[in-house]
Design a protein around this ligand. Structure first.
Ligand code: F6R
Length: 367
């Protein structure tokens, strides 16, 4: 059942190219110039009535929602808030009939996410579910369902479900942009073609997994580290930090790169490891100066960057790992892969039960 892999998690990491292809299939038009999402069940008029979007989810799905916020805001220019379901449902959020609520859940059974969905519907909002399980509770109760076709995810630590949720958000963002006219056909086609290139790019990343194994084995000797990034890189940093915590039990914190100097820099000492994501061309220079601040205090920095930035970034860090070049908005779908592998290999090096980490359950049906 593990198809020759040592663990379900590794198998699922390697299934990501297929998960991306399956999730895009039939949703990007044959000519690559438009997005077809009849699953949303919304007329163009109804799309134009959306005034705000709330993305609600837990854990890893919440982290996908952080990327979703940025993607939808950039492409469709609709204001988006992303919240964790166990906060959202109790904070009396402002939900109106012109709010689109997007709940994200791999299992479709998470109690707090389901409760948030019910609250949103009670307030008259339209609810779109992004889920990996057809016929799940979330899928049954939502107004519309966008299924991620990642296939069954067995490992407790979510990998291919998260990255397929990113693909779903790219499709939703592009679709809204197309219906609202915030992006023209050429711009949609440009993103669509870059999306279609992602599966092969993930394959090329996976072929370099060995380089990450050595890095992860060194990290596994430490008991705390930092993940930093700006913008979309910060969203992915949060997911990388969670992945490492849950299966390696190594403490880590994800920080917006520019925020360190407001307190956290005090924790950096000789040898403190840090993983810096530097994939956003426009923000690279700023993040590099934050990396220098950390290194001046003794930090040991691994940078995950894109090929075109590699030479520049390599000058300022101790180790680097390059992801293939893509559009800035799409980098999360690539940069998360090395972070998943680092978590996997760190857990393995420490001899933990990778697929069944202590204290955690795959489906969280308690509040
Ligand atoms: C982490 C992880 C959890 C889930 C969270 C929500 O790897 O798997 O954080 O993402 O419990 O689960 P779903 O998506 O099933 O609602």
């Amino acid at each position: 059942e593990k198809a020759g892999y040592d663990h379900f998690m590794l198998k699922e990491i390697y299934e990501q190219p297929k998960a991306y292809r399956d999730t895009m299939m039939g949703r990007i038009a044959e000519d690559g110039r438009s997005i077809q999402l009849s699953e949303l069940g919304m007329t163009q008029e109804q799309v134009k009535e959306i005034r705000r979007i709330h993305i609600v989810a837990c854990g890893t799905a919440y982290h996908a929602g952080l990327v979703g916020k940025s993607v939808i805001e950039q492409l469709a220019r609709i204001p988006v808030e992303t919240d964790v379901a166990s906060e959202y449902r109790y904070r009396n959020p402002i939900i109106t009939p012109d709010t689109l609520v997007i709940v994200v859940s791999q299992s479709g059974e998470t109690a707090d996410t389901l409760a948030a969905l019910r609250e949103a519907r009670r307030c008259g909002a339209r609810v779109l579910a992004i889920t990996n399980v057809v016929g799940s509770s979330v899928a049954r109760e939502a107004d519309a369902v966008l299924t991620t076709w990642a296939g069954p995810e067995i490992a407790v630590a979510s990998t291919k479900a998260y990255s397929s949720q990113l693909i779903a958000f790219y499709l939703v963002g592009l679709y809204l942009a197309q219906e609202l006219g915030t992006r023209d056909e050429a711009a949609i086609a440009e993103v669509a073609s870059a999306l279609l290139a992602l599966p092969e790019q993930v394959e090329s990343l996976l072929a370099q997994a060995d380089a990450l194994k050595a890095i992860a084995e060194k990290l596994a000797r430490h008991n705390s580290l930092f993940f930093i990034g700006r913008g979309l890189d910060f969203a992915v940093a949060q997911e990388g930090s969670l992945k490492l915590k849950e299966i390696s039990y190594i403490h880590s914190e994800a920080y917006p790169a520019g925020e360190l100097k407001h307190g956290t820099l005090a924790l950096i000492e000789e040898g403190t490891p840090a993983i810096a994501l530097v994939t956003q061309e426009e923000l690279a220079e700023k993040t590099l100066s934050n990396i220098k601040e950390m290194k001046a205090r003794g930090a040991h920095v691994l940078a995950v960057t894109n090929e075109s930035n590699l030479q520049e970034v390599a000058k300022s860090v101790d180790e680097q790992f390059a992801i293939p070049n893509t559009l800035p908005i799409l980098t999360p779908a690539l940069s998360v892969v090395p972070l998943q592998l680092v978590a996997y290999y760190a857990s393995l090096a420490l001899g933990h039960d990778v697929d069944k980490p202590r204290n955690l359950a795959k489906s969280v049906t308690v509040e």
